[in-house]
Design a protein around this ligand. Structure first.
Ligand code: DUC
Ligand code: ZN
Ligand code: ZN
Ligand code: ZN
Length: 483
């Protein structure tokens, strides 16, 4: 059985051209003119692009005394509805829990996935067991390890642990990732705000100014450099963090930054909304920022100093958010975005001329596949690649609303936004998972994608070579003068 996408314009990270795409056995088997097959999908007036890859989701994750409310069923349905055909979710061991044990839990949850998926492994504590299990995780095709510099007292790792883990990543060819906020300072500022009676959701933003992110980003970059390893910085939300990444990249360091669609399009004024629920639903870390930070993030996408756009999809219901009534530090941190990332980025980025269509494909799919070691199986329109594709209708419009979303929560942070540019079809390994807005995907269709380690990149770092070269012993012992 051959499926053909006919009469569309293929848009990849570097080319735009007219051609049909033929699919069989879940893969692209031909790209050319006048292709035929048993099933024909009409792409007249549409762009045919690699499906989105969301490199940052938290599905059914235990966090802040509850579980995020989208699981691998509703979360991956939401992904497909919005043109995203793969997610990379974070396996999160409890402090003291083994990595392989946590992985088993994520293996079980992910059996419900409608689209393909992979995992990052979080390093939430440090010890011999973690050190020993890290290569086993890589053997399983999970080649990236996340570290939290925030969430003091639960997930946070200290600098000595961070350095040890980064060095281990270097040895095994894995990429370390960081949630870069200075957790000590956040904890102190939060306590002070609460003591002063500042208990509402706006205080969440006050407690995590952009400086705490700029400091932690720069610190992680320097520690990665000393460990001789590349670094992926998640949810880069502000100019200070972008500035550190930009500087590192200009020095030839392998550092990647990942702005979220939320930070690109929503700002801190959301926290000053008179309705407590409205503000609390938007509490996430890092928080939404002052508007000028958005210009910095868009400039980063256009210039290439920022590499990927993600969601950090971590959805909590209004009821869950209300755990923090009277104390903002108890509001579960997180917002959704899986279904809206592509339409929002297209509308706010491509339709406005801030980024090109090809840059759109790069930052939502191809760059992620390359950095995360799964290109060109994913992120490409090439013969032999998986047929994870989106047929994108640039003229289709809708108003985003919780009433029509796949996500299991009762609101949407983009509620009321008009978007122009939507999937006509979303294909997951050749299966038509979405047609004209109707999700017809299947629970359990999604498969785990094993990723390649990225060892050659870490060994190329020049600063690290200087740091690890044999050190001359210049002098030792007691001065001859006997001082
Ligand atoms: N930030 C959030 O807002 N939610 C999940 C974890 C995180 O770092
Ligand atoms: Zn984070
Ligand atoms: Zn401000
Ligand atoms: Zn996250």
């Amino acid at each position: 059985m051959t499926t053909v996408i006919r009469n569309g314009t293929i848009v990849t990270a570097d080319l735009t051209y007219r051609a049909d795409v033929a699919i069989e056995g879940g893969q692209i088997i031909a790209i050319g003119q006048g292709l035929t097959g048993e099933t024909v999908l009409d792409a007249t007036g549409c762009y045919v692009m690699p499906g989105g890859i969301d490199p940052h989701t938290h599905l059914e994750m235990p966090f802040m005394g509850t579980y995020s409310s989208d699981d691998f069923d509703s979360g991956t349905r939401a992904a497909l509805a919005g043109g995203t055909t793969m997610v990379i979710d974070f396996a999160l061991p409890n402090p003291g829990q083994g990595l392989m044990d946590a992985l088993q839990q994520w293996d079980n949850k992910s059996k419900r996935a409608h689209c393909d998926y992979s995992f990052h492994m979080a390093v939430t504590w440090w010890g011999q067991q973690v050190f020993d299990e890290m290569p086993k995780v890589v053997e399983r095709g999970i080649t990236s390890f996340k570290h939290f510099l925030a969430y003091k007292g639960s997930l946070m790792v200290n600098d000595d642990e961070l350095f040890a883990s980064f060095k281990r990543c270097a040895e095994i060819g894995a990429i370390p990732m960081v949630h870069a906020e200075n957790g000590d300072i956040v904890a102190e500022m939060s306590a002070k705000l609460l003591a002063e009676g500042n208990t509402g959701p706006e205080a969440h933003a006050y407690s995590r100014p952009s400086q705490v992110e700029g400091e932690a980003t720069n610190r992680a970059i320097m520690i990665a450099d000393m460990a001789g390893v590349p670094l992926y910085v998640v949810h880069t939300s502000c100019e200070e963090a972008h500035e550190a990444i930009r500087r590192a990249r200009m020095q030839g360091k392998r550092v990647w930054g990942e702005p979220l669609i939320q930070h690109l399009t929503l700002d801190e004024s959301e926290y000053f909304h008179p309705d407590w629920d409205h503000a609390a639903r938007r509490v996430m870390s890092p928080p939404f920022r002052a508007k000028h930070h958005q210009d910095s993030l868009w400039a980063g996408l256009a210039s290439g100093t920022l590499s990927c756009v993600a969601t950090d999809h971590c959805a909590f219901t209004t009821e869950q958010k209300r755990f923090g009534l009277g104390n903002f530090t108890k509001i579960p941190n997180g917002t959704g975005g899986l279904e809206d990332r592509l339409p929002m980025l297209w509308s706010a980025g491509v339709n406005t001329g801030r980024i090109t269509m090809n840059e759109f494909v790069a930052v939502t799919s191809t760059n992620i596949a390359k950095i995360m070691g799964m290109y060109p199986k994913k992120g490409a329109v090439l013969v032999g690649a998986d047929a994870d594709l989106v047929v994108w209708d640039p003229e289709a419009t809708k108003t985003i609303s919780a009433s029509s979303q796949q996500s299991a929560i009762d609101y949407n942070v983009f509620e009321g936004k008009e978007v122009k540019g939507l999937p006509r079809y979303t294909l997951s390994r050749g299966m038509v998972a979405v047609a004209d807005g109707k999700v017809q995907s299947r629970e359990g269709h999604g498969q785990f994608v094993a990723r390649d380690p990225n060892g050659s990149v870490s060994k190329a770092l020049s600063t690290w070579k200087e740091l690890t070269a044999p050190r001359p012993v210049v002098r030792s012992g007691i001065p001859a003068s006997g001082v």
